[in-house]
Design a protein around this ligand. Sequence first.
Ligand code: MN
Length: 501
Amino acid sequence: MEDIDLRKFLQLVDENYNVNDLAQIITAYSMAEDLHKGQYRQSGEPYIVHPLNVAYSLAEMHADCDTVCAGLLHDTLEDTDITKEEIEREFNKDVADLVDGVTKISGMNFSSKEQQNIANTSKILNSITEDIRIIIIKLADRLHNMRTLQYKSVFKQKENALETLELFAPLANYIGAYRIQNELEDLSLSYLRPDDYKILKEFRDEIKQENKEYLEKMRDSISETLKYHHIDTEIKIRAKNVYSIYRRLQKNIQEGISEESLDNQFKNIHDLLVLRVMVEDVQDCYQALFLIHSKYRPLDSKFKDYICNPKSNYYRSLHTTVFGENERLVQTQIRTFDMDKIASFGLTAYWDIYRGNARISMQNQIREKSIVYRSLQEISSIFGESQEFIDTVKKEVFPNQSVSIYTPTGKILKLPEGSTPIDYAYSIKDELGDKYEQAVVNNKEVPIDYQLKENDRVKIITSEDSKGPSEDWVESANTTVAKKKILENLTLKNKKLLPNN
Ligand code: MN
């Protein structure tokens, strides 16, 4: 990791922000530097290095000016004498609220007090609905803390790495910031399982090196074809992050195919090395897809169109795995430059591209109809601020093992592994569950306890005459939200049957 200094930061801001923004950001920097004067990090560096790095990551993510300023000031409310009102006066309400929001989730970074951790984690999760930029600043904060974790005790290292893996990496995925998710995951693994990390990284880098020439040849050949057809393109060679490889091998152990040599297991990871083809617009994406398929036969089962069916975190791209020379499988990802920006940095990049009130309307959408919001509310109403709340959220809202399914309108939804049609129904809205009549998966009727599989197309048929939730539905439900809704409904029914007393 290269060192970030003020000059570099200002250079980045100068390139990506307008003159007014630049002035605001410089003001925020001077203020933070003044306030943190005399404070030092455990590395021995002046404290300002930390907020500077956080702000740098935010500027890299194309976060708005208020967010970058709040990044510079994020530790001032907690560690210095300044007040929220003073920040508001100097900047505006948004900056003050953001710094305040981040501060309220304070102390959690390196705290071991269990109760405090629980409270803080709950606050992080709840700020998804308040202002998701709070989470984005927290992510940049955690990224720098993870990059400088070597100065902490071994115990703290493991504790923070685990929390990063279980909470912050899924949050990065939730906002679509894959570049940050990948880095957080790899940093965490390198502290949690240093030996595994080292072996896998070396192995991956070796394979990357071995295939370098082959992939460069393929890249140049695709590039030439596209340019011949007047498509401007830039093609990069990318390797999967170490943590994804680790997870894949873990899965192999579960499925009992870990007996194969590491070499063979690596060979079977079809997207270990990826050619990322970036072009100007959507039309070029499909044109490029056609040209690539004309050159290299595709493996049908691996084709994915995330442009027509974006992921819920706004990820868009075409994925196609093709037979390269010597029958070797290579995944290519085709997307526009804008889509690539969004895939790297997530929502901040999305807002930067679509401007206007894209951010505000998205925040409203999260509040009004996002499944994540709905689940968070329901789970929090059952467990309150407790370890169960956090465990359930980790397991069911940001699941490690999940299946992606298609709604009748082609939207892709992620549900925890083991979910059934009734879980799906209640994750969308009460009515779909309460009036559940029949589930249809891939055009076939399935029982209520059917376990949903990857890429299933799910449709729930409702009816006014539906008998509604019954005792045995509880058994068919896998998620806390569905169970809760069914039980509520049963209680309500029983109340209606009983005379008033
Ligand atoms: Mn911090």
